[in-house]
Design a protein around this ligand. Sequence first.
Ligand SMILES: [Zn+2]
Ligand SMILES: [Zn+2]
Length: 291
Amino acid sequence: MADDDAPSDSSLLVIVVDTNPNQRYITEDPKLLTGCLDAMIAFANSHLMQKSSNLLAVIGCHFHKSEFLYPSPGKPLDVRQIDGQYELFTLVEKTIKMRLVNLIKSQPQDDKPGESLLAGALAMGLCFISRMRREAAPGIRMSSRILIVTGSSDTAAQYINYMNVFFTAQKQQVLIDVCSLDKHLSLLQQGCDITGGLYLKVPSLEGLLQYLLWVFLPDASERGQLVLPGRGRVDYRAACFCHRELLTIGYVCSVCLSVFCKFSPICTTCHTVFKTGGPLPIKPKKKKMKV
Ligand SMILES: [Zn+2]
Ligand SMILES: [Zn+2]
């Protein structure tokens, strides 16, 4: 074992699990959610098993709110040892399942499920990480990462929130890993690229646990020594601030860097007025074309 892998090091893993009922794999077969959840819990326990100082948090992300599934606020559940299973693993599994049931029960019945609030759940994860770092005993080096497990498609509606979270994570040296269960997620892939995390679209849900253990279990320091899926090409298109649509070419405010799909003489974000000098030329001089 290398010297830098001292026993005082710990690794904090925050898993954001998308529990939105309108994910395609759940609407096609609701039983699949249980399977994916079991794989996620087995993966979470594997992380705890690697080192006794490792820490775990699980956040359930729904369409009406996001909530911590583990650790539960307040007093932890009272668990007894089952068949020689380590109590902590039983506690993790029982707490996650119980709190997930509560989260699903609390969803508004008359509302149509909307988009999963992933950006908000990520922000909760970052807050948790910064609190754990603050409370850690002196001398302990804590590496932190967030893993998103989702079958939702990404829309540009949360574009600004995503970018704020990604750049905060980058500054805090938190890796963002994304495990997509269904579609290719270009915005979240940008987050992986910005923070140095890994992005993987799982080819089949049956092998989910295998993919989680292979790709996402190793810590950032161990990943360099392993053969893991490559980055691929990252789609770095930005979404316009007016319609939240992904653009290849747009107008950028020279003051606040807001992106717009159409020219407007006043920036709607910072209210800067641009002098156009007579009738508006076809190519505005004050604006730069962004590729
Ligand atoms: Zn627009
Ligand atoms: Zn502006």
